[in-house]
Design a protein around this ligand. Structure first.
Ligand code: SAH
Length: 243
């Protein structure tokens, strides 16, 4: 029975892979990877390593999670070192916890290998710090992918009246809805927002706007993209360095 490493691949820039993740990629007998994990990383694998693509899209999974769980489990029966490579960090909206529970229930040993999450690194490459002294004292990372039906919303919108930075992952297709909800709870319509597409890569694009105009400006950006709401967005005027 092999061991499964639920491994973060970082946000895109291949050099943002951790030393530990790189070692495991080099040692792996099989690598099960997502759409969001930079495929360049696979070049580091040893000869004969098997690759299994279980690509995930933002709004639909090309493979149901149950099937992915089973593929990882079957790989552990067959190989010694199984690397499950995921974009960013495996436990930030990465379903790494679900995969680990599935393995645990079947007696398979696993390890979590943290990765640099897009939630922090993508704004950072865009020159937007998620916290900044005198501007904001906290940040939240929120799923943008949830029921549109307000009565089923698990997001505590009312708590978002403060000046905390809010980072929405998987939210581009709900951008208009998200901005409207924030205006509804009392944020000014000229409140700063940025959408960052393909952050930390050579295709990175950042669009800056306000709650009432960002949808028109950014709706056609390619995915993956995240939304960042907060006064920290203004710091990009001074801190933009990458694009
Ligand atoms: N576990 C991942 C997040 C998975 S959810 C992490 O820690 O980064 C997938 C969402 O992450 C995407 O819908 C997008 O909102 C965001 N994302 C991931 N990589 C990104 C990138 N390079 N640029 C912009 N957003 C990104």
């Amino acid at each position: 029975m092999g061991r499964v490493y639920l491994t973060g691949a970082g946000p895109g820039d291949i050099e943002l892979l951790t030393v530990k993740a790189l070692r495991l990629v080099r040692e792996a007998d099989v690598i099960i990877y997502d759409r969001l994990a930079n495929p360049e990383i696979l070049k580091e694998a040893k000869d004969g390593c098997e690759f299994i693509y279980v690509g995930k899209e933002d709004s639909h999974h090309t493979l149901p999670q149950e099937e992915i769980n089973e593929i990882i489990y079957q790989s552990a029966l067959q190989y010694d070192t199984v690397v499950r490579l995921k974009g960013g960090d495996p436990l930030v909206f990465g379903r790494g916890g679900e995969e680990a529970i599935y393995l645990k229930e079947r007696g398979v040993k696993f390890e979590f290998i943290p990765g640099i999450t897009s939630a922090i690194a993508v704004p950072e490459y865009a020159g937007i710090p998620v916290t900044h002294r005198g501007v904001t004292v906290s940040f939240r990372v929120v799923t943008g992918h949830e029921s549109k039906n307000k009565s089923h919303s698990q997001i505590p919108w009312e708590n978002y009246k403060t000046d905390d930075t809010i980072i929405f992952l998987m939210g581009l297709h709900r951008l208009e809805y998200i901005c409207n909800r924030l205006i509804e709870i009392g944020k000014p319509s000229d409140y700063p927002v940025a959408v960052i597409s393909r952050g930390t890569t050579k295709d990175a694009q950042t669009v800056v706007g306000t709650l009432d105009n960002i949808y028109e400006k950014a709706k056609d950006l390619p995915t993956p993209a995240l939304i960042i709401v907060g006064q920290v967005v203004k710091l990009r005027e001074q801190l933009d360095w990458f694009e």
